[in-house]
Design a protein around this ligand. Structure first.
Ligand code: BGC
Length: 929
């Protein structure tokens, strides 16, 4: 038996993170036992966790949760703590983890450093420097540092740490992060500590509201750093930023997030300046929340293209976010101009959809051979146009994908290559938009933390990767921004002047923490965010007043849906009344606050928000539904909301209406930001997998696979971002790397692969319990996937051996319990009592504990795919069925509006068909698959 994924506050051996409390978690694999009988955590100040050295020892406890166990440790600043965990199983096995550690940041300890600055009007970016003279052999050295806008630190020629774009992006008016680096190994000899500063989000052009050169948060370069050295002889040295630091001017003369970077290596050295003490920035200096942004994939160009226009373009084969490295060896004074783009148009380089973002890099060579990379910008790109290089070889260029630490947790594969490519596109969409902030897109003059996009995609993202710490930082920022806005959640976090809000967008404050709780089972996130969640609902409550005024505000609604009466395919708003969406989201958020209050044992708030939730649902039913439960809004999204939140007493009506609406739209989706994430999920939850698969596997416009067929390598902002000829459909708002529609990955995990999180039973949170609910689709051949949950790894795979035989395998991690609902299985399947899968079966559901299980059986279709009650649209889509129907009635003259109507109704109405005749036709139709 092995212990793995040992974490403190969901982080592996964290150094210098903000730590309000210490919550431990671990996972177990390769055990003979099936569950943890007891566990013991020991915490100490020394790596040797012997009895005499301990700060805490829980002893063996039966209820120490592997998913989250909070243990109070009195924490001191700048100190490393060690811990381990020992687990016993019900069979008496025992294993102890390797010793782990966590180290605090400065906490409330005074800084021995000042904020320093320099002449910030100069173009040449500053390098702040300090000569370090060591007084002996170094035992331990830490650098605590924050530089604004952005910084990169070096000791001698060596870069300190592997992170980019530090100190990261947040609401700098409220808080500013410093990072902690272990520099012990670097300080083997005297050297120069240098810090290069750039403009970034703090002092550069960013957001819609400061197109000028002045920054949204500040205009001055600022640095605060403290190097704490502990020598072997026990003496200490602290070197902090002050007036003794010198300022050298670098060769960087321009850096902007949107516009790129300019570097001129021909610039002469200029005399050094003295650093000046400056005013501290507005926000509170806080230990880091952001997980490291580092280089992950290194992409080599797949092609060097000479375009019809004569441009030299490299194709990296994959759209991603990051920077690049380029080997240059050009004569002195050569100007190299690099621009990035997402796509070629008419085989030429194209970048108009980036709007005002210049997204470029300009380099002037000093004649020496070197490898250059941008420091303080990033690009969302696949294609690079390079001008000015005489001997460019594609090997000289490497794309460097930058994103936050989000370890991969979920995998899916099927026999359909288009589906596999889609999953890859969704994953790249996530990576591209998880650069410290969950952004809408990474390329144009936006790249902002739009709350709506973030919440829509959060469940899908959390299946694909461990997102806990990434979202925790975003949510902390959100809470800070709400505090100064009376609970209002601005539509963009960090805000950058986008003060407006909207339902669905602001509801991120409730939905994301709730998703994190469901996935990770740690109520710490609810404790931390409770005030934020509640204050958002309180804000709506105040806006709503007595007369339901909240819905009368501006709301984005079903953004980018295709069914707006005037908007159409290139419009913005959807066809579902935004007021209805606003009212529903309000109820949903109130319900989440109620549930969170319940989990946190806050009875008073539970009652309070339950009352809001109930009165809101009562109002919705009265306002938008007929007395018999029919939704007054005739759109796909309205029916999806009806079913998802059980808004009608008559759900059959909503199901029927959904079928009619899909038949009317030729079986194609019309949904936007609200409907798309729900679409397949709600259909599967309502036993309408036929439609879910039909929409999902549709290769025509609009649909997920349509994008794949048109060559997408990430997810597009619009269903028609490119038309069928591969031409960009518009430039106003058209990104090829917007993850929102990738929310469908949640459905793929839950119902295609069948690893389905339980949302109703709170004791299941953290995947302690879940359900396997795979839904078979013959044309997919097989689907297999796994999810590395907070409990360990679940997997599920199904494969058709031939037309009727299916093999299903699942695995359940140590300590977990799962229900398995075998798809299309007849009763006889369960009789095989020798198969451990069937040891505990109730009402056709297999109850499983940790282990691996497999079964093979012959599927039993409960209902035929086609019969006389199937809509004409569906019947006519099947080639053979169409032929058969065509032999009965003339199809050429059939009006399009008749498509949602069943064969039976048409046959009775216009063909005066007899019962007996109809029955015969029915039998024939049932034979089609
Ligand atoms: C963004 C979206 C965002 C929207 C607000 C756009 O510019 O790219 O994804 O949610 O504005 O509706």
């Amino acid at each position: 038996m092995k212990l793995y994924d040992l974490r403190v506050n969901h982080l592996c051996n964290p150094l210098g993170y903000e730590m309000r409390k210490t919550t431990f978690s671990w996972k177990i694999k390769e055990a003979l036992g099936k569950r943890q009988a007891a566990a013991r955590i020991r915490i100490g100040e020394k790596e040797n966790l012997d009895a005499g050295n301990l700060l805490a020892d829980t002893g063996f406890l039966e209820n120490l949760s592997s998913v989250a166990s909070t243990i109070d440790v009195p924490l001191m600043p700048c100190k490393r703590y060690f811990w381990d965990v020992t687990v016993q199983t019900e069979l008496g096995e025992e294993a102890t983890s390797n010793v782990q550690w966590f180290e605090t940041g400065k906490m409330d300890k005074e800084w021995n450093a000042e904020w320093i600055s320099c002449d910030s009007r100069q173009k040449r970016h500053p390098i702040f420097q300090k000569k370090i003279d060591l007084k002996g052999s170094v035992k331990k050295a830490r650098l605590y540092i924050c530089g604004l806008g952005l910084y990169e630190a070096f000791y001698g020629d060596e870069r300190i740490g592997e992170e980019y774009l530090t100190p990261y992006c947040n609401d700098y008016n409220e808080w500013i992060q410093y990072q902690t680096y272990d520099v012990t190994e670097m300080l083997r000899k005297d050297g120069i500590l240098s810090v290069l500063l750039g403009n970034g989000w703090y002092k550069g052009r960013f957001g819609f509201d400061n197109p000028s050169e002045s920054g949204y948060y500040g205009n001055e370069w600022k640095l605060k750093a403290e190097l704490d050295i502990e020598y072997e002889d026990g003496s200490e040295d602290i070197i902090g930023t002050d007036e003794s630091w010198r300022v050298k001017r670098s060769k960087l003369i321009f850096s902007e997030i949107y516009d790129g970077e300019h570097r001129d290596d021909t610039l002469p050295e200029v005399p050094v300046e003295a650093a000046v003490i400056c005013e501290q920035p507005k926000g509170k200096l806080t230990a880091r929340y952001s997980t490291p942004v580092t280089v992950h994939e290194q992409l080599k160009p797949t092609k060097l293209v000479l375009t019809p226009r004569g441009e030299t373009v490299l194709d990296l084969g994959q759209e991603f976010t990051g920077i690049f490295s380029l080997r240059v060896k050009e004569p002195k004074g050569t100007k190299i101009h690099i621009q990035t783009g997402e796509i070629l148009q008419n085989d030429n380089f194209y970048r108009d959809n980036l709007r005002t973002a210049k997204s470029e890099y300009i380099y002037i060579s000093d004649g020496k051979e070197k490898v250059i990379y941008p420091h303080f910008t990033f690009y969302g790109y696949r294609y690079v146009k390079i001008e000015g290089m005489t001997h460019l070889k594609k090997e000289d260029f490497t794309g460097l994908a930058l994103y936050s630490e989000i370890p991969e947790t979920g995998n899916i594969e099927t026999r359909n290559p288009l589906v596999n490519q889609l999953i890859s596109n969704i994953r790249w969409g996530m990576k591209s938009n998880f650069l410290d902030v969950p952004t809408d897109c990474p390329q144009r003059d936006e790249r902002m933390g739009w709350t709506g996009d973030a919440q829509i995609f959060s469940a899908a993202a959390t299946y694909l990767a461990d997102t806990y710490s990434f979202y925790k930082k975003y949510l902390y920022d959100m809470a800070c921004e709400q505090k100064v806005r009376d609970g209002k959640v601005p539509q963009v976090i960090p805000n950058f002047g986008k003060e407006g809000t909207s339902s669905v967008w602001g509801d991120a404050a409730c939905i994301i923490p709730w998703n994190l709780y469901l996935f990770y089972g740690d109520q710490a996130i609810l404790e931390e965010q409770f005030d934020s969640m509640r204050s958002w609902v309180d804000y709506i409550h105040r806006m709503d007043q007595e007369n339901h005024c909240w819905r009368e505000e501006f709301h984005y609604g079903d953004w980018l849906a295709l069914d707006h009466p005037t908007g159409g395919e290139n419009g913005f708003m959807g066809g579902t009344d935004e007021r209805f969406i606003a009212d529903v989201s309000y109820a949903v958020s109130a319900g989440i606050v109620k549930k969170a209050a319940h989990i946190l044992g806050r009875k008073r708030e539970e009652t309070e928000y339950e009352a809001i939730e109930k009165s809101q649902y009562d109002w919705i039913k009265k306002e938008y539904y007929t007395q018999t439960g029919k939704c007054c809004i005739r759109t796909q999204t309205a029916q999806l909301l009806t079913l998802k939140y059980h808004l009608s007493e008559n759900e059959d009506e909503a199901r029927k209406m959904l079928r009619i609406l899909l038949d009317e739209s030729d079986g194609k989706l019309k949904t936007g930001f609200v409907g798309t994430p729900l679409l397949c999920k709600v259909l599967s939850e309502n036993e309408m997998d036929d439609l879910a698969y039909e929409l999902f596997l549709n290769e025509e416009f609009p649909g997920w696979l349509n994008e794949v067929k048109l060559g997408a390598t990430t997810i597009w902002e619009r269903w028609n971002s490119l038309d069928e000829n591969g031409c960009i459909s518009g430039t106003q708002m058209n990104s090829l790397n917007h993850y929102a529609a990738g929310a469908v990955a949640e459905w793929i995990f839950r119902y295609v692969v069948g690893i389905n999180m339980d949302e109703t039973d709170f004791s299941a949170a953290g995947f302690r319990k879940m359900s396997f609910t795979p839904r078979l689709k013959q044309s997919l051949g097989y689907a297999k996937g796994s999810y590395e949950s907070a409990m360990g790894r679940y997997s599920c795979a199904w494969e058709f051996q031939d037309d009727t035989h299916v093999k299903i395998s699942v695995s359940v991690p140590f300590g977990a319990n799962a229900r398995l609902i075998l798809p299309e299985a007849g009763e006889s399947v369960f009789n095989d009592k020798k198969n451990p899968m069937f040891r505990d079966v109730k009402d056709g559901v297999c109850y499983l504990t940790a282990g691996e299980y497999t079964v093979e059986y012959s599927v039993e279709k409960k209902t035929a795919a086609y019969d006389i009650d199937t809509s004409m649209r569906k019947l006519l889509e099947h080639v053979a069925v169409r032929e058969f129907i065509g032999s009965l009635i003339p199809l050429e003259t059939l009006p399009k509006e008749f498509m949602p109507i069943s064969f039976r109704k048409l046959a009775v109405q216009f063909g005066s068909a007899e019962d007996e005749q109809l029955e015969q036709i029915n039998e024939v139709l049932k034979t089609f698959r």
